[in-house]
Design a protein around this ligand. Sequence first.
Ligand SMILES: Nc1nc2c(c(=O)[nH]1)N[C@H]1C(S)=C(S)[C@@H](COP(=O)(O)O)O[C@H]1N2
Ligand SMILES: [Mo]
Length: 257
Amino acid sequence: MKKPEKELTTEQKIKRRNFISFTLFGAYAAAAYGGWRWLYKSPDETAGVTAGAHKPLRKALNKTELFFRRLTFNENHLVKTYPREMAAKKIRHNSDIGSEGKLPPDNWKLQVKKANGETLQITLDELMKLPKTEITYDFKCVEGWDQISHWEGVSFRDFIKHYNLDTEAKMGYVGLETPDKQYYVGIDMPSAIHPQTLLAYQMNDELLNGNHGQPLRLIIPVKYGIKNLKRIGTITFSNNRPRDYWAEQGYDYYSGL
Ligand SMILES: Nc1nc2c(c(=O)[nH]1)N[C@H]1C(S)=C(S)[C@@H](COP(=O)(O)O)O[C@H]1N2
Ligand SMILES: [Mo]
């Protein structure tokens, strides 16, 4: 016959529960600590492209970015535009890293690095002969200001078509840099070929002046101001993310609206 089991006293029951919960807590703490050590000791991501995060973290961040890009980005979704009269006459001027002062357009040519190693050199006159696209929209800076402004130029799409850059347009990213390479941005291809993205040379019917990226700047309404590089010197195409000035400082690489 089985020995009758001794009834536990209330005190013993409490002790046993405490023992179980402390053991569990200890196991969780050890697992969490182990996970943290793993993350802490993991190698840094490739230096340069984005602010230093540990590799597994950046991997997770990139996955999150891709998920939201796929979820929210639709090339047929246009940024809201405004009647021309609503555009500011005096356009706000922000930072000028790599685009300070005047640069006579005669001393400038846009350098486009093709996939086959060839570099196209394009003058402003040539660009101005391509179909012109205009837009009046609300330009937004991450610093908290926005302003309705009017811009004119060549849509990036038309530019790709005209210069037969189809192979390049199949790549993941466009990189833009100022002629002195002091300011640089990386743009994901879907945003670059979005129908409202312009290589702009005019603002309110006048050629861009020294404050706004003379002679050519990027106007990309699906992104915050930081990506609207002033004074484009070179354009490159790649499947890896091109270096990006503000992403290196820890800002969001995608910087979409
Ligand atoms: N070359 C260059 N382009 C740049 C910047 C810069 O410092 N240098 N600043 C960016 C930021 S943060 C903003 S908000 C816009 C401002 O453009 P605006 O001066 O024409 O208003 O330009 C962007 N493009
Ligand atoms: Mo900005």
